[in-house]
Ligand binder design. Structure first.
Ligand code: BGC
Length: 333
């Protein structure tokens, strides 16, 4: 699949800077995430950094407390009623949100997806991680860490969001042909870290043969690391998961996590605002025409991932600094 990187967005921004005509009314943009979590704080930071670039934009950022499909629909309805110019949404359930996404588009609002996609809804593009490949990379890391055999559990925060389903599929496919067996069913913490910790702890205690846990979401990974720490099973249970928040990097350094897949969610927020602002100012089709299309004519703005282990932790933190992505974690060794 062909992708477009951050550099192209900068080019688009320059183009817009030339053509920008200041309007009396501010451009109103909404960025809607999935849950209250440090992962989404980073998206919010990127969103607000981009909002500060433009004098005539009003940006609203919202996340429900935990996974909450009904709340996401209500917020979308309210943004449609308020006549927002652009919405970037991370649908917790693409089928359930499809009608409201369509209503927003019919109302002339530019709608894009971030973090997790809703294909087939008419949304203009998807901006985020290539989740199947990222899940596949997690599976490869797990296989390597386990030496190709053992039982692993999968812990996620959603059984409907596409990013979760694609990561799980990628993970399963990467383990095909190895001696690793996935313990069914997939466990669902609904993006609640306490529930994730309980589920991971129970999985470890009830299954003495368990050798690994895949944390599909940031909250799931935190729960798995906490379970391994409190049951003192870090020598038996390998944890591979998303993401690279400060607490994840600390748990990685301390041996409670073994490999983490870092997303660049700062840019999911940042580029949402830049793209939606440019669509409002310079015309939707002008912006879309700058972005390369996939074979099936779709647009995927890939924010990229990194697989981080204790071996490349230092280099990863240096890379965060180079990209100007804020982090509090500093490697101690
Ligand atoms: C996912 C988000 C999720 C977050 C918090 C991330 O890995 O991309 O969709 O909301 O974790 O659990």
């Amino acid at each position: 699949m062909r992708r477009v990187g951050v550099g192209l967005l900068v080019a688009a921004m320059l183009l817009a800077a030339v053509g920008v005509v200041s309007a009396a009314e501010p451009i109103r943009i909404g960025v809607l995430g999935k849950s209250v979590h440090p992962y989404w704080d980073v998206v919010r930071n990127g969103t607000m950094a981009a909002a500060a670039l433009f004098p005539d934009v009003e940006v609203t950022f919202f996340v429900p407390q935990t996974e909450d499909i009904g709340r996401q629909i209500d917020v979308m309805e309210s943004w449609i009623a308020q006549g927002f110019d652009g919405i970037s949404v991370a649908p917790s359930d693409p089928a359930a949100l499809a009608p409201v996404i369509r209503r927003a588009l019919e109302a002339g609002i530019h709608v894009i997806t971030n973090d997790t996609d809703a294909p087939g809804t008419g949304r203009l593009l998807y901006l985020g991680t290539g989740n199947y490949n990222a899940g596949f990379a997690a599976g490869k890391a797990m296989a390597e860490l386990l030496g190709g055999s053992g039982e692993v559990a999968i812990l996620t925060g959603s059984l409907t969001a596409l990013n979760s389903l694609e990561r799980i599929q990628g993970f399963r496919d990467a383990l095909r042909g190895t001696g690793i067996r996935i313990v069914e069913p997939v466990l669902n913490d609904n993006e609640d870290t306490f529930r994730a910790t309980d589920l991971a702890t129970t999985a470890i205690l009830n299954n003495p043969g368990l050798r690994g846990i895949f944390g599909v979401y940031a909250a799931s990974t935190t729960g798995a690391a906490e379970a391994v720490r409190s049951t003192r099973t870090q020598d038996r249970v390998v944890v591979v998961g998303f993401d690279t928040l400060d607490s994840h990097l600390e748990a990685l350094e301390n041996g409670y996590l073994d490999a983490v897949v870092g997303q660049k969610q700062y840019f999911m927020g940042y580029n949402s605002v830049v793209l939606l602002y440019l669509m409002a100012k310079t015309g939707r089709d002008n912006v879309l025409s700058l972005l390369p299309r996939t074979e099936d004519g779709d647009i995927f703005v890939d924010t990229g991932v990194d697989v981080v282990t204790r071996d490349n932790l230092h280099a990863y933190v240096q890379e965060l600094d180079r990209l100007g992505i804020p982090h509090a974690f500093v490697p101690s060794r």
